[in-house]
Write a protein that binds this ligand. Sequence first.
Ligand code: IPM
Ligand code: MG
Length: 360
Amino acid sequence: MYKIAVLPGDGIGAEIVPEAVKVLKLVGKKYGVSFQFQEGLVGGAAIDAVGVPLPDETLELCINSDAILLGAVGGPKWDNLPVHLRPEAASLLRLRKELDLYANLRFVKLYPSLVDSSPLKREIVEGTEILVIREATGGLYFGEKKRERKNGQEIAVDTLVYTTGEIERIGRLAFEMARKRPVKKVTSVDKHNVLESSRLWRDVMTRLGEEYPDVELEHMYVDNCAMQLIRDPRQFSVIVTENMFGDILTDEASMLTGSIGMLSSASIGGKVAMYEPAHGSAPDIAGKNIANPLATILSAAQMLRYSFNMEEAAQDVERAVVSVLDEGYGTADLKREGFKLVGTREMGDLVTNKVKGEEP
Ligand code: IPM
Ligand code: MG
């Protein structure tokens, strides 16, 4: 029996998470594994209900579960709260930190039937499959921050800190993951020409690279990487980078998959891993049954793979997604010529029926 903490959060989180739960329930039945789902409050929803974005009960629930499924947090309603209450920092980032989820894996995969949903040309994007490994508990996000007044000016400081240990563990993971891929190559992304933290990053990666002679290691500046992702995304296999660079590059890279609504993720490192779509709470489209649940469903597939060691079931879900897309279905963000527009729930049903083995 596996215990899954379910944290829908805000905006479209409340719509997409139930679709992934639907798929997981069916997988449980089909594979004879019992999943126990328990919901927790997180983000703005938690502020509204109990006054804080990450209630102790939710943190407890997460620590005592086997995996966490998270939707999204934040929205305009909570944007002007003091920083210790802002949903993003005080719930999502805190969860990553408390659970030691230092590696955020983001799966940038373009499914063949979505080639025409991508804003990029077919001959550039077709066949893209990149794993971005974003460091997620260090760097600019977690360094010391302050605001002060000096000579009539306000000064704001964010600090970018990395230790060898932090770089080593994420670097090692990148090499290990690259070893299992068809193209054994790691692109380590930094800003070595400007930042001291990047010079340490590159030193550590270079040293580690010697332990993995079977994996090609290349270093790339982050600005160049932003350009190369659009110019020739197929040159990449595994990208590993610091927290903020990874945040920015993965939103960019999501467009290679057709829509940010396709970008799934797994945050690993600690005892309990967390699975969430890489997109946000999209308040502008919330509550309309139009959000794409596939990034969340594909994140649930990664949960089956990484937390429960259910590779066959993970592939089952991924195949179901592929065949639904191949049949021409899509939520509004997956617009392409002649596609069949469906809503959030309908998309969830289509995938569930596929896993069940039923025709739509
Ligand atoms: C993401 C999000 C978060 C981040 C925000 C909501 C704090 O953009 O998961 O990429 O910056 O890490
Ligand atoms: Mg982001």
